[in-house]
Design a protein around this ligand. Structure first.
Ligand SMILES: [Zn+2]
Length: 214
């Protein structure tokens, strides 16, 4: 399976889907990170880009692309949709993890809208949450995480050292959210997603059922 994760800023993907990304890599899926800005708060962009690359290494991500839009100024226009679309086509993406529209940060909202438009032909599109996600975020899909994968996620978030002062990035907050989402999904820890599109291939199931009836 070819997977892409699209985040507005360095650290968004790790926070929303870091454990799921580590799971995909452990399963042998290929994963590309697409980050729309270099970030800008609290530290120079170059430093944040370096941290993003370190985090991607922790999660064993195959490759990472940084687009270079200005922080707080991610657009929603034809150009960004086309640029995201080019990445989806280039690696023939099966599943995209993207921002949710239900977010108070304009960069996250625009990233969500541009990703949905670009991913109109992508089989599976799942939207992750962030600390600025609104209460209207309503998850329908969960990836269950073992303690090991949750720790990998937290390790990846820790590489964003320039963001250390942000309380929502504390390991305790990340673990608490994973436990809460785990409760909703009847498992220990989980990451939660809003389904934009998911496709179950029923062919194999159908053959199995027919065989059982014979
Ligand atoms: Zn962000």
């Amino acid at each position: 399976m070819n997977v892409i994760a699209i985040g507005a800023h360095p650290d968004d993907i790790e926070i929303g889907a870091g454990g799921s990304i580590a799971l995909h890599r452990a399963r042998g899926d290929s994963v590309r990170f697409l980050i729309l800005t270099r970030g800008g708060e609290l530290s120079p962009p170059a430093k944040r880009e370096t941290e993003a690359r370190e985090a991607a290494d922790v999660l064993d991500v195959d490759d990472i692309h940084v687009m270079g839009y200005d922080d707080t100024k991610v657009p929603y226009d034809n150009e960004i949709v086309k640029r995201i679309d080019d990445h989806l086509t280039e690696i023939d993406v099966d599943r995209a993890y993207i921002h949710t529209e239900e977010d108070t940060h304009q960069d996250h909202r625009h990233a969500a809208l541009a990703s949905i438009a670009a991913g109109r032909n992508t089989d599976e599109v799942l939207a992750f949450e962030s600390p600025s996600t609104r209460s209207s975020f309503d998850p329908q899909y969960y990836n269950s995480l073992s303690e090991e994968f949750l720790e990998r996620k937290i390790d990846a978030i820790r590489t964003h050292k320039s963001q250390r002062e942000k309380k929502y990035l504390e390991a305790e907050a990340m673990k608490g959210l994973a436990r809460f989402r785990g409760r909703q999904a009847n498992t220990r820890y989980a990451e939660a997603f809003q389904v934009i599109r998911i496709r179950e291939d029923q062919t194999a199931t159908h053959e199995l059922t027919t065989e059982m009836l014979d």
